[in-house]
Design a protein around this ligand. Sequence first.
Ligand SMILES: *[C@@H]1O[C@H](CO)[C@@H](O)[C@H](O)[C@H]1NC(C)=O
Ligand SMILES: *[C@@H]1O[C@H](CO)[C@@H](O)[C@H](O)[C@H]1NC(C)=O
Ligand SMILES: *[C@@H]1O[C@H](CO)[C@@H](O)[C@H](O)[C@H]1NC(C)=O
Ligand SMILES: *[C@@H]1O[C@H](CO)[C@@H](O)[C@H](O)[C@H]1NC(C)=O
Ligand SMILES: *[C@@H]1O[C@H](CO)[C@@H](O)[C@H](O)[C@H]1NC(C)=O
Ligand SMILES: *[C@@H]1O[C@H](CO)[C@@H](O)[C@H](O)[C@H]1NC(C)=O
Length: 319
Amino acid sequence: MKLRTLHALLLPLCCGVFSVASPGINSNTAGPNVTPEDPVHDEDGFSNYTSAEHSISITGFSAKDIKKDIIVYDEPRLKLECNLIVESNYLDVNVSWKHGEELIRSDLYTSNNTGNQWRTTYEFVVTDTNKTGDYRCIFSSATAVIGTFRVQVPPVHGGNKALITYNGDEIVLKCDVSTYKPQQWLWYKVNGSERVQLNFSLDPKRYKELSEKRNETKLHISNLSENDGGTYVCRAVFKTVESEGQVEIAVLSYLVPLKVFLVIAAEVVILVTVILVYEIMSKKKQSQEDVKKDYEPMAQLKSEDSSLAEASTTRQRKV
Ligand SMILES: *[C@@H]1O[C@H](CO)[C@@H](O)[C@H](O)[C@H]1NC(C)=O
Ligand SMILES: *[C@@H]1O[C@H](CO)[C@@H](O)[C@H](O)[C@H]1NC(C)=O
Ligand SMILES: *[C@@H]1O[C@H](CO)[C@@H](O)[C@H](O)[C@H]1NC(C)=O
Ligand SMILES: *[C@@H]1O[C@H](CO)[C@@H](O)[C@H](O)[C@H]1NC(C)=O
Ligand SMILES: *[C@@H]1O[C@H](CO)[C@@H](O)[C@H](O)[C@H]1NC(C)=O
Ligand SMILES: *[C@@H]1O[C@H](CO)[C@@H](O)[C@H](O)[C@H]1NC(C)=O
């Protein structure tokens, strides 16, 4: 900011042609409109920030690789430092840095060696989310030891299960970013390979932001139709980085619950019928048994009769 003001003051002075350019306009264009391709502007826009410092200390080449997590949100300037303490017999140590798989230019970091201690520092600005990821300091001699800074954005928590709702209903989609405070929340609807930003003011009757807390967003959608089903992306926008979460919804037509209802109704009908039939049958049996009980002596006689008859027939056959 200071540099920018200086430019604004110096430019009209040194170049008479531009003397019409008012410092007011210049300071208006300064600010968040930083183009990442322009390193001077990057430094310019972030010179006001103090660096957040993080360090890793490694003892000896047989040490295990050390990892450290760093979450960036409102302090985009980072100063990463690695210290290696070695036994004095290691004379030749080569220092390098990598961002992901990419080697970082050696003029962008410093390194020095005092006695048996090696130190290296890499300072940079996380101008956008592409600047997150793993930053590694590598001390190599016969073997190598590595310190890894995992530079991350605050994780956004969306929904991990699809929300199921029905035509004409309403729903609230929620995302949060624990206690971090993004400057803004944006919502997108995924359409094939595209994302369409939801513009609440275009359809204020259907879309509403319900949350007033900065660390969460609650999107209320009313009068849902089947077209509203799919994946929604909530994006937390911080000073220089962004972080995203997802919420999925499935909008079902009333035919689906109707079908389910009909299936259940049919099952109930069948069950009731089975029970009724069973009841009727068992009642019939009961009454038959009652009848049997009433005529038991007779029934016994009858069976005796038949056994007699059987005996006589066998006798007849034997003859
Ligand atoms: C820059 O720092 C000064 C002093 O700390 C502060 O007053 C000013 O608001 C800062 N500007 C920005 C854009 O952060
Ligand atoms: C060595 O580097 C560290 C950071 O990398 C720095 O703080 C220190 O002042 C440097 N020492 C010398 C003697 O240059
Ligand atoms: C959001 O911030 C409030 C305080 O402002 C806090 O009480 C709440 O727990 C935070 N929400 C989450 C999900 O961490
Ligand atoms: C979604 O994509 C299809 C084709 O890719 C397009 O016709 C349609 O208009 C898109 N919907 C929205 C809401 O942008
Ligand atoms: C949303 O729609 C309004 C009204 O058409 C428009 O002025 C505004 O620029 C739109 N916002 C975005 C982010 O597209
Ligand atoms: C709900 O949406 C349908 C079309 O999808 C529309 O015809 C109807 O008027 C809407 N109802 C309300 C209350 O907005």
